[in-house]
Design a protein around this ligand. Structure first.
Ligand SMILES: O=C(O)[C@H](O)[C@@H](O)[C@H](O)[C@H](O)COP(=O)(O)O
Length: 239
């Protein structure tokens, strides 16, 4: 079945773009609109962004949107356990792409320094203080790997089921592939508290993998944990 049929059957709005540039614009406008709507009834609004290779054009478009960034609390969905000067840092990506926003937004980078290890007690306290202060998020923007991972919730990861069900910010082991650093990730339930959840994918391969994920299970396709309202899907055939 096609992505549009699968999305419609679950009541998930599907925004189809004809190019990567159009998808970046659509997604940036959707995020800005949701933040401004949140600000119409609240003093602040919160946004958690994903990193990786795909979001650069979107982040640069978002930085140009008419948002009062001084009232926005900005963080990440996940982070590699590296300083923001490192090439793999998601915080570094946001810093490069969103200079306007970061001049006035309240920024919370997930990497708090220290060696890659299970958070010592102090970090665990920092993590729970973060969750208390930040959840429920107003908007989260998710990406997806071709293996169906979302955030740093990877297929068949040890402890994945608990991570999908818990409300937490947790360290997870280094994942196979080029980025070997351990990661810090918001868990499934924490991300699912968001009032608006947006998933952006591009390319035929990811489209097919996402269609496969509709059958689940989330332990094989972590993105499956998010395939329910209030999720909206943004798709472009080109990466
Ligand atoms: O830290 C990360 O890698 C991201 O937060 C991750 O969850 C990303 O959304 C997917 O890995 C897709 O990444 P690409 O856009 O690079 O395919």
């Amino acid at each position: 079945m096609s992505l549009s049929t699968l999305a419609a059957a679950r009541g998930l709005p599907l925004h189809q773009a004809s190019s990567a540039a159009e998808q970046a614009q659509q997604l940036a406008e959707r995020v800005a609109g949701a933040l401004n709507r949140a600000l119409s009834t609240s003093a602040t609004a919160s946004l958690a962004l994903s990193g990786g290779r795909s979001p650069e054009a979107f982040l640069r478009q978002l930085d140009r949107q008419p948002v009062n960034w001084s009232r926005i609390r900005l963080t990440l969905v996940d982070e590699r356990w590296v300083p923001d000067t490192h090439a793999d840092s998601n915080a570094g990506l946001v810093r490069r792409c969103m200079p306007t926003a970061l001049r006035s937004a309240t920024w919370y980078g997930l990497y708090q320094g220290g060696a890659p290890q299970r958070p010592p007690e102090s970090d665990a306290q920092a993590a729970s203080a973060f969750l208390q202060a930040w959840l429920p998020l107003d908007v989260v923007v998710l990406g997806m790997g071709t293996d169906g991972h979302c955030a740093s919730l990877f297929p068949e990861q040890p402890g994945l089921e608990a991570r999908l069900a818990r409300n937490a910010l947790t360290v997870c082991e280094a994942v196979p592939g080029p980025q070997q650093a351990p990661r810090l990730t918001l868990t499934g339930a924490a991300l699912r508290t968001a009032r608006l959840q947006l998933l952006a994918i591009s390319g035929e391969d990811k489209c097919q993998r996402l269609c496969d994920a509709f059958d689940g299970p989330a332990t094989r396709w972590p993105v499956a944990a998010f395939l329910a309202p209030p999720l909206e899907i943004f798709y472009s055939p080109e990466g």
